[in-house]
Write a protein that binds this ligand. Sequence first.
Ligand SMILES: [Zn+2]
Ligand SMILES: [Zn+2]
Length: 363
Amino acid sequence: MKAWVLGDPGELTLVDKPVPRPGAAEVLLRIDATAICATDLEVIGHGPPAVIGGEPPFNRNFTPGHEYMGTIVELGSTVDEFVVGERVAVEIHAGCGRCERCRQGMYTSCLNYGRNYGEFNKGHRANGFTTDGGFAQYAVNHINTLVRVPEHLSDEVATLIVTAGTAMYGLDVLGGLVAGESLVVTGAGPIGLSAVAVGKALGASPVILTDIVDSRLDVGTRVGADVVINASKEPVVEAVRKLTSGVGANLVFECSGAPNAVDEAIHMLKRGGRVCLGAFSNTPSLVDIGHVVTNNIYLYGIRGEGQSAVRRAASLIAQKKLDPSPLHTHTFAFNQLPTAIRYFKEKVDGAIKVVIKPQEFRD
Ligand SMILES: [Zn+2]
Ligand SMILES: [Zn+2]
């Protein structure tokens, strides 16, 4: 099969690799669509959070890519939960299944992250981070990580099921039962826009979205935001407080990663409110901890999409209560990955979710 591999930082090469074989509880997938994510750019450019054989992921014949879907083409020896020909989206993390966190369903916080090699092989996998990922034509995946794709969804849009799962997981830690709660989402990237859509589907009201790009805010309105605020044109904290009778919002889902975003988030909240942090900047944030403590504010961080959040997000999509399709903007052939990455990175032509099709080649 053809697969992209990471050489030196920033260097991707299209090579031939053997098609992997599924283990007992795994299936072999023909990958039909893979989306590009900001974390892929981190991995390709800098390495972490990818770790291969305990080392940085460079020059190790490693294939990145973690947001993909495909068709099952072969079953492992004990698999009777799926059949050949089914279309599935894939959760990124298959924890070790034996540590304290995996046993709690928090497999994205597996205590054996990256320990999947040599004499310490604990069986942990995270596609495109600790094992080969989706910038390839085929991949094996554990059945625990598979969710069926609703029939009405295109391959391209199905890559967004996992993104919706991340939003679902964030709303879980904010309390889960968000119906009637005011929700502010800061940052209209793929996760922020998914948080708007999932929050709306679960009944949050009002859903307020902030960003600095009007075209992204327009997409936010299409996926369910009741109010949008352009943070480059008006002070967001005051705007949110005005929209919430002066007392602040119940919940904030921070998806911008802007250095001042956490401090702004805590000041948007009502006393006793909750913030979920789904993005981060590479510099430490200055936060008014006194405001957090004296106002009984709860701060949560999430990694990925634990506790079967992806399965629940897929159910909302199957019921047509959630439509992630406005987030998909561009599709490229497999050999056009470098162009696809440029479109995503530079937001060319309003790019939000950029997808490649591993079975298609174009001149
Ligand atoms: Zn991602
Ligand atoms: Zn584990």
